[in-house]
Ligand binder design. Structure first.
Ligand SMILES: Nc1ncnc2c1ncn2[C@@H]1O[C@H](COP(=O)(O)OP(=O)(O)OP(=O)(O)O)[C@@H](O)[C@H]1O
Length: 315
């Protein structure tokens, strides 16, 4: 397994509940995995554990293994090498990653590529006229082109895992689709694992192999993209699907999830979604299960969805 996050909890001083609560997530080599949830659900914090990056003052438990090596105990040169070489992070705003006064090609040569490799890398991410683009400065390129440059820069270090944190959210819909298609191609060509973070469940289902849905620092559903889209198990997942528009469901009214996502000041005895859930059982207020296996191999942290309520609920 390329990335194996196992039962990770992260707490910071001053927060009433953990930022991450027993999160487990895996990405295999060549696999595209999406991490979905509303703002503040813990997506970025989860992804950053792959780099051994934790919030200041955080206490962490559990294990994060990359290719079998524990990341959470790496220090010094081995941690630096892991961050520089094994995992690459692509953020939402490419302009923040690029120095506005340096040439585009410099961004790649600063990451160890030769001039010729820089042009090759730019070509490999579908940038038209790469030799000319390499000599230009960031303000001469569109947002979509700049994100391709940042992805090329990430590939220069030959990473095994690419973390794309809302990497397409600032782009228009067509460019967003192009970049996601590019990322899928790259994972095949380079054997990369790809963990992509988005708040858009439709995007996640369209471009990934598997999807993890997070809510209030917990994973609430883990499914193949197809299963998630056709038979979403957790009421929160269904809520996310019915509040975002799709072309083939223009007729269906959008139904926003009532209420707001919880903050770090909110604590829960049971399921964190209970107050917003239209399907909650009395037990849900006092017991939140870890994701329970579903017949199709996925998992859902919902008592009602898993059908285990009669047999497994503790009094
Ligand atoms: N360094 C930190 N110190 C304290 N709290 C933090 C820190 N970083 C993140 N948090 C809090 O942890 C929670 C999870 O944040 P995180 O950024 O992982 O969520 P997210 O799902 O990626 O949200 P977004 O989509 O807004 O980026 C949030 O409530 C956030 O305010």
């Amino acid at each position: 397994m390329l990335l194996d996050i196992d039962d990770v909890s992260v707490t910071v001083p001053g927060a009433a509940r953990p930022l991450l609560d027993s999160v487990s997530l895996r990405v295999a080599e060549g696999e595209v995995v999406a991490l979905v949830g509303e703002s503040g659900s813990g997506k970025s914090t989860t992804a950053r554990t792959a780099l051994g990056l934790l919030p200041d003052g955080a206490a962490v438990s559990g294990s994060v293994r990359f290719d079998g090596t524990e990341v959470l105990t790496l220090t010094g040169e081995r941690l630096r090498a892991h961050r520089a070489g094994s995992v690459a992070l692509v953020h939402q705003d490419p302009r923040a990653a690029l120095n506005p006064v340096r040439r585009v090609g410099d961004f790649l040569t600063e990451r160890g590529a030769s001039r010729a490799e820089a042009v090759e890398l730019l070509a490999s991410v579908g940038l038209p006229d790469p030799a000319r683009r390499a000599r230009q400065r960031p303000h001469e390129l569109s947002g979509g082109m700049l994100q391709r440059v940042v992805i090329a820069g990430a590939l220069a270090a030959r990473p095994r895992l690419l973390l794309a944190d809302e990497a397409t959210s600032a782009l228009d819909v067509t460019t967003q689709a192009d970049i996601l298609a590019l990322l899928r191609t790259l994972r095949a060509e380079h054997g990369l694992g790809l963990l992509f973070i988005t708040h858009d469940l439709h995007l996640a289902a369209a471009y990934s192999d598997r999807v993890y849905v997070m809510y209030a620092g917990r994973v609430v559903e883990e499914r193949t993209a197809k299963a998630l889209f056709t038979t979403p198990a957790h009421p929160y997942t269904r809520g996310l699907l019915s509040c975002s528009p799709t072309l083939d469901a223009l007729e269906a009214p959008l139904r926003p999830i009532p209420g707001r996502p919880p903050s770090l000041a909110d604590v829960f005895e049971g399921c964190a979604f209970v107050e917003r859930c239209g399907e909650a059982l009395p037990e849900c207020g006092t017991w939140a299960p870890a994701p329970l296996p579903l017949p199709d191999g996925g998992a859902s942290a919902c008592l009602a969805a898993s059908g285990t309520v009669e047999t497994e609920v503790k009094p």
